[in-house]
Design a protein around this ligand. Sequence first.
Ligand SMILES: NC(=O)c1ccc[n+]([C@@H]2O[C@H](COP(=O)([O-])OP(=O)(O)OC[C@H]3O[C@@H](n4cnc5c(N)ncnc54)[C@H](OP(=O)(O)O)[C@@H]3O)[C@@H](O)[C@H]2O)c1
Length: 369
Amino acid sequence: MTKSATKEGTTRYAQRFAGHAADGHFRETQRMVLSSLGIGTYLGQPNEKTDEAYTAAVVAAVENGINVIDSAINYRFQRSERSIGAALQQLFAKGFSREEIVLCTKGGYLTPDSSMPADPNEYFFREYIQHGIFTAKDLAAGSHCMTPKFLKDQLGRSLKNLDVECVDVYYLHNPETQLSEIPKPEFLQRLREAFEFLESAVEAGEIRFYGMATWDGFRQDPRARDAMQLGEIAQIAQEIAGGMHHFRFVQLPFNLGMPEALTQGYQMLRERERTLVEAAGDLDITVIASASLLQGQVARNLPGFVAEAFGLENDAQRALQFARSAPGITTALVGMSRAEHAHANAKLAGVTPATVEEFSKLFSRGEGA
Ligand SMILES: NC(=O)c1ccc[n+]([C@@H]2O[C@H](COP(=O)([O-])OP(=O)(O)OC[C@H]3O[C@@H](n4cnc5c(N)ncnc54)[C@H](OP(=O)(O)O)[C@@H]3O)[C@@H](O)[C@H]2O)c1
């Protein structure tokens, strides 16, 4: 058995915070216990100072009740994954175990290694094309690829960067990028081949689950060229692996400025218009929110009615409270390259998520006035 997050391990993690965590901070999904906040590692410079800062922030997050860690191979040119790898070693030395932590990463975007090479074309030719890992026709938008061969290579690199045997959730990174160039049937065929590989990676013990981390794809009117239908995509997984398939996670932006996952009925499922969270719920797919602070923009200067609805100390906490309290969202990811932000945001672990009533106040403001 390779080491990964487990039900027992993540339950044990939650029990460490039994005296402190509020009801509703830890949520069970896909036979694991996840914290309502997760640490993201997207933003920041590809330099040593940021590497060290992320390592310290990940350690602080896990020490304070956040057991979901999110990355992607291309974040800071593979350096974010390596910063997490270093943090995990420190956490293991402090007594945490791999089984307690839900480790998520993504593949799909071409990335250099550590820094931008002087001649990127020469680098990608030497590192990939020469070894037959992709050909020019496999690429979309000049930078995106999801062929099985490429994904296999990228997953191998991610495991090495993170210094683990298994990733708990492996996402295809913004697959809708491909829809800007290829027609829908070809896109679905590429997804099918990618999913076949990802199911085989589950069998090999290299990943536990897979999913799609998206930006626009699940927030669009279905007529948009890059709109995706979760039901149609889950059907592909079903055809490959039956009811026990491992396509169990989707990630999409959800924050005070981007609430579509909860508010727009853009998903057609069994001939009914559903929101993304409703469709995911019906399909037993876990929803993870990204960009919970709208990349820092909703961490301050929020309108007064948000404070009225949620109380709390400051706008960053209120914006995170919004994302973690939304019905159907399991974990809200927040980028934190600073340990001080990890400490500040982890305070929410001790706060009960907003009730549906408090949450609804935001949407009904002004009504009846
Ligand atoms: N398509 C995709 O797959 C996709 C797209 C976007 C994001 N994501 C995932 O979602 C994660 C979160 O999104 P994001 O990082 O883009 O944006 P975000 O979480 O909305 O915002 C991150 C920014 O907020 C700052 N911040 C954090 N806590 C704060 C606080 N208490 N007060 C004030 N500022 C605070 C961070 O600063 P410091 O860094 O200085 O701590 C950082 O600049 C990403 O890291 C990534 O893992 C995935």
